[in-house]
Design a protein around this ligand. Structure first.
Ligand code: HEM
Ligand SMILES: [Ca+2]
Length: 713
């Protein structure tokens, strides 16, 4: 039975989330009770708490309801979603105020600078890759049979799918203790998460009063039952979880989709924000705002945990900045790098105004990020073959002409689950190191249990407020946990834990989220990658070892039911990569889209790109160079994503190749302003919907039925 989501969603006033934050913020006494948030609040915060999403989700839920009702009236899915009917329905919904009128984009095709919200990157489809659009799907959804948006709950045989927590316990629990990867440094972990926060954030439904443990009582909830005899959660009935917010910014009938609140492009939106409003808060003329010791500015409205006097939550381009202190250190590093570039450009070009300084520094900072991701980060875990197949290798000379306006860079839903493979790299602790790559010693010093650092920026304030540089040095010096199916208990049992046993299981969340999004199982993604299909025969799992197949058999009735996250993490690694073939494919494909679908890709010619002389400077950069430029370091390994070793010697910072900004001197640089040219106008519809609908639902439905009846059912 389909339940109209909209009744629940639109009924009550929004829970006053911000007031909780402010109350907690006042408890800043060292001796008193520290400010605490329960794990449900923290999970909501991790997904962003953006007021806009409620509006978008409300209208999406109404369209879903109407789609479902038209199907129940006997119209076929093809009919309801056909271009002509969809266009008619869209017009009717706009007329009724359920959807907002299309936005007119005035794109400047020759602008040398990206927009902040990612719009107009693709002139023909200005909303591609923009913030607040629906995630793309590489393959169609697999929602609950007979619904357009119910979570996948049954397997191919019709039996219920295994409980996500059971799968987590049997397959992802690390019984052997942390295994260390001998070559990869913790920067791979931290750049991984930082990069994720440039690409995708999926907001949750707003649920007044939160979700409870009674299953299926509220359509916005997808709580995870704790199986009997659970080895860790002995006193809880469930992990309460909200569904991802429904999104249908296109206002067309069809399946439930999910939103991305960030720009999909690798465009430093984690530094500069994904909306103009965010940037306004973050920017200070040509510079990015900071607090003392080059730290991030204060966010007075954030609900992170503050348990020491004078400390505060951070404001950054992305809301999850304080999830763990080493993530905040990455945000800080790239804000420092922006400001360093502004200082240099200012002395090279004293005549540049603040706008020019800001935009040029932003452009260089983003180009460096792209270069670092494709020339250090990705090849730390993808095979060379994957790098070649998906055109991920950067050129050594000249411009790249691989931009393809037909390629859609909008992040895919499957990537949002697959890229969570980085959860296998999460260390069990955080630490502060000195310039000499050793732990800082002292009564307040580490190592610090990771669990105590979730959403708590305290570590960044240590070391006389130079905690971030010390965290970055720790990431440089220590090994990453191995890439395997194991996820450490710090996040598999104790994510956002406040007191023993009241935390979350991140693996269960990942598996559950895939079902929430109607993501087809693992086998379907193999086929879309061109690999052999998974059948009812367990031998069809050709890229899994016997041990993993046996474990999968313990929980799944049929191999065709294996959830994407679990199927990917149990694959045998391919030669030259720490990941299996399907992960290499899903990630390879996504990073190809993010490169070839980005008209501002740093290797492109002007006006979007740089002069050849400037591009050659960008090519010299590396994570090591950015670390050396901003920290008091004397030596570092050439490739900071890997540990120092025989082929990765420690070198003096002065010998690490780095960008020479003198190539940006006004006379020598040839940037064309790009203004005053003909602009293109596009009629496109935004994701913003007006919920003050005048008509009642049933009136609209009658009208839609008439519309759809224009032909046969
Ligand atoms: C201590 C480090 C980390 C913590 C505490 C953390 C925590 C989380 C949480 C709570 C979620 C949302 C789960 C849900 O409700 O569905 C999430 C999502 C995600 N995580 Fe992590 N994570 C960490 C590191 C990483 C790393 C290293 C990567 C990748 C290399 C990564 C990639 C992702 C992705 C792609 C998502 C989905 C984002 C979205 O669509 O909103 N995370 N993580
Ligand atoms: Ca972005």
């Amino acid at each position: 039975q389909f339940t109209p989501f909209y009744e629940e969603v639109t009924s009550g006033g929004k829970e006053s989330y911000s007031s909780v934050e402010i109350e907690n913020q006042t408890e800043e006494d060292d001796q008193g009770e520290p400010s605490r948030r329960n794990f449900e609040d923290l999970l909501q915060k991790i997904h962003g708490n953006i007021p806009n999403t409620e509006e978008i989700s409300n209208s999406a839920n109404q369209i879903l309801y109407m789609t479902q009702r038209l199907l129940e009236e006997g119209f076929s899915f093809e009919k309801v979603t056909s271009d002509s009917v969809a266009a008619g329905i869209k017009d009717a919904l706009i007329l009724r105020g359920i959807c907002k009128s299309p936005t007119v984009y005035k794109c400047n095709a020759l602008s040398p600078y990206r927009t902040i919200d990612g719009s107009c990157n693709n002139i023909q489809y200005p909303e591609r890759g923009k913030s607040f659009v629906a995630q793309r799907r590489a393959i169609g959804p697999a929602y609950k049979t007979g619904t357009v948006g119910g979570p996948r709950v049954t397997g191919v045989t019709g039996k219920p799918l295994p409980n996500p927590r059971t799968i987590s316990n049997v397959i992802h629990s690390n019984k052997y203790g942390v295994t260390i990867n001998g070559t990869i440094s913790l920067h791979t972990f931290q750049m991984g998460q930082f990069l994720d926060h440039d690409i995708i954030q999926t907001p949750l439904e707003t649920v007044t009063g939160g979700c409870t443990c009674e299953e299926n009582t509220r359509p916005e909830c997808i709580s995870i039952k704790i199986p009997e005899g659970d080895p860790f959660f002995t006193k809880r009935a469930c992990l309460p979880v909200k569904r991802s917010a429904a999104a249908n910014p296109d206002c067309t009938p069809g399946f439930r989709q999910q939103l991305n609140t960030l720009t999909s492009y690798i465009d430093g939106s984690n530094v500069y924000g994904s909306t103009e409003d965010e940037l306004t808060e973050l920017r200070d003329g040509g510079y990015m705002k900071t607090s003392s010791e080059n730290n991030l500015p204060e966010n007075p409205n954030d609900g992170c945990v503050i348990d020491h006097n004078g400390e505060f939550c951070h404001l950054a381009g992305e809301a999850r900045v304080d999830a763990v202190p080493s993530l905040a250190s990455y945000h800080t590093l790239f804000v420092m790098e922006h400001n360093r570039i502004v200082n240099a450009l200012k002395s090279i070009n004293p005549s540049w105004n603040v706008e020019k300084l800001f935009q040029e520094a932003r452009k260089i900072n983003i180009a460096q990020m792209q270069h670092i991701v494709y020339n250090g980060f990705l090849n730390a875990f993808l095979s060379l073959d994957t790098m070649i197949t998906y055109n991920l290798l950067s050129l050594n000379t000249g411009y790249s002409f691989s931009y393809d306006p037909k390629r859609d860079a909008t992040v895919s839903n499957e990537f949002g689950i697959a890229y969570r493979m980085g959860h296998t790299w999460i260390p069990t602790y955080q630490d502060l190191y000195s310039d000499l790559n050793i732990r800082l010693l002292g009564p307040e010093m580490g190592p610090f249990d990771l669990v105590k650092t979730f959403n708590n920026p305290h570590l960044t304030f240590l070391n006389r407020k130079k905690g971030c540089p010390a965290l970055l040095k720790w990431l440089t010096s220590e090994a990453s946990p191995a890439t395997d199916r194991f996820v450490e208990d710090s996040v598999r049992n104790r994510l956002f834990e406040d007191s023993p046993g009241d935390g979350f299981d991140l693996v269960s969340l990942n598996i559950n989220r895939g079902r929430d999004h109607g993501l087809p199982p693992y086998g379907d993604h193999r086929v879309s990658c061109g690999y052999s299909a998974v059948t009812s025969n367990w031998n069809s799992l050709v890229d899994h070892n016997t041990e993993e197949v046996e474990l999968l058999r313990q929980v799944y009735d049929d191999p065709r039911d294996i959830d994407l996250f679990t199927g990917l993490l149990t694959e045998r690694a391919i030669t030259g990569s720490s990941l299996g073939p399907t992960l290499n494919c899903i990630l390879g494909r996504e990073f190809q889209n993010l490169k070839e679908g980005d008209s501002y890709w740093y290797e492109r010619p002007e006006p979007q790109g740089f002069s050849i002389a400037q591009l050659n400077e960008i090519r010299k950069t590396s994570l090591s160079a950015v670390l050396c430029a901003n920290l008091d370091l004397t030596r570092i390994q050439s490739d900071a994503f890997r540990l120092p070793g025989i082929s990765n010697y420690l070198v003096r910072c002065t010998n690490v190749p780095s960008i020479d900004l003198r190539k940006w001197k006004s006379g020598t640089q040839r940037l064309k302003p790009g203004y005053g040219r003909e602009t293109q106008q596009r009629n496109l519809q935004t994701g913003q919907m007006d919920m003050d609908a005048q008509s009642s639902q049933s009136d609209i439905l009658q009208e839609l039925i008439k519309l759809a009846s224009g032909g046969e059912k």
